[in-house]
Design a protein around this ligand. Structure first.
Ligand SMILES: Cc1cc2nc3c(=O)[nH]c(=O)nc-3n(C[C@H](O)[C@H](O)[C@H](O)COP(=O)(O)O)c2cc1C
Length: 230
């Protein structure tokens, strides 16, 4: 057998085998979707997908029902270093039935408060964009996005700028919320309006850090004022 012929036979075999392989995996994928097959190729993309799972409460709250009726869907996105903003985020999610995505830094922040103050100063001075671990699977499905953060040096933590750089929120409604020692929202709502000129950025909610452990009343007053719950 000549060299050329040998090679082309090998190439045809390889092609055929890979076509058969492709065909059978297609059949597996296209078949009964309830059948789990360990051999079915799964996405091996290294980017983490965070599932934003809806609250598993069988009893729909009023706001969930109205959201379902109007076809609108909401997401709470938040960053929290010491848990205050997280408490508020959870209260909003409970009261609205929104999905939740926590902004987790790829490189965790230091546990020491004083050291963090310096790091945050440096990040702000450098216009840093700290990387976010994971991503929001399909942001297009959400109409209302609650965005929460602690006040860091009268501004949002720089990782919030990473978030706004990463997602196109044009046409969406953004409802900001913030916890802080005493500065309130500072200029953060106007910053978000500048970052997302095509979004409807609503008046923000501020809760002081000491009130953040019991945020339910403030949250429901705010949601009511926005017309999101009755
Ligand atoms: C780096 C850093 C900077 C801060 N800067 C301010 C500030 O400028 N004004 C203020 O009122 N509180 C400031 N705080 C306090 C936080 O805003 C407050 O404790 C907040 O509730 C923390 O939220 P968290 O528990 O969700 O991280 C700062 C805290 C940190 C860690």
């Amino acid at each position: 057998m000549g060299m050329k012929k040998g090679l082309s036979i090998i190439m045809i075999s390889v092609l055929t085998i890979s076509l058969i392989g492709y065909g059978s995996s297609e059949a597996e994928n296209g078949g009964d979707s309830t059948v789990e097959n360990e051999n079915t190729p799964v996405q091996t993309d290294v980017t983490e997908e965070i599932n934003t799972e809806p609250v598993q409460d069988p009893e729909l709250t009023e706001s969930e029902q109205s959201a379902a009726q109007s076809g609108s869907s909401s997401l709470v996105v938040y960053f929290s270093w010491s848990g205050n903003t997280e408490n508020v985020a959870n209260a909003i999610a409970e009261q609205t039935g929104a999905d939740v995505f926590e902004i987790v830094p790829k490189e965790a922040y230091i546990d020491d408060y004083n050291a963090l103050l310096d790091i945050a100063t440096e990040e702000k001075e450098n216009g840093a964009r700290p990387a976010i671990a994971g991503n929001i699977e399909d942001i297009t499905q959400y109409d209302i996005i609650y965005v929460g953060y602690p006040n860091w040096w009268s501004d949002m933590p720089m990782i919030l700028y990473t978030f706004f750089d990463s997602y196109d929120l044009s046409g969406k409604t953004i409802a900001p919320f913030c916890t802080s020692g005493g500065s309130g929202l500072s200029g953060t709502v106007s910053s978000i309006r500048e970052l997302e000129p095509e979004a409807d950025v609503l008046d923000g909610l501020h809760i002081g850090s000491s009130a953040a452990s019991d945020p339910n009343q403030a949250v429901s007053d705010w949601l009511e004022s926005l017309g999101f719950v009755e």
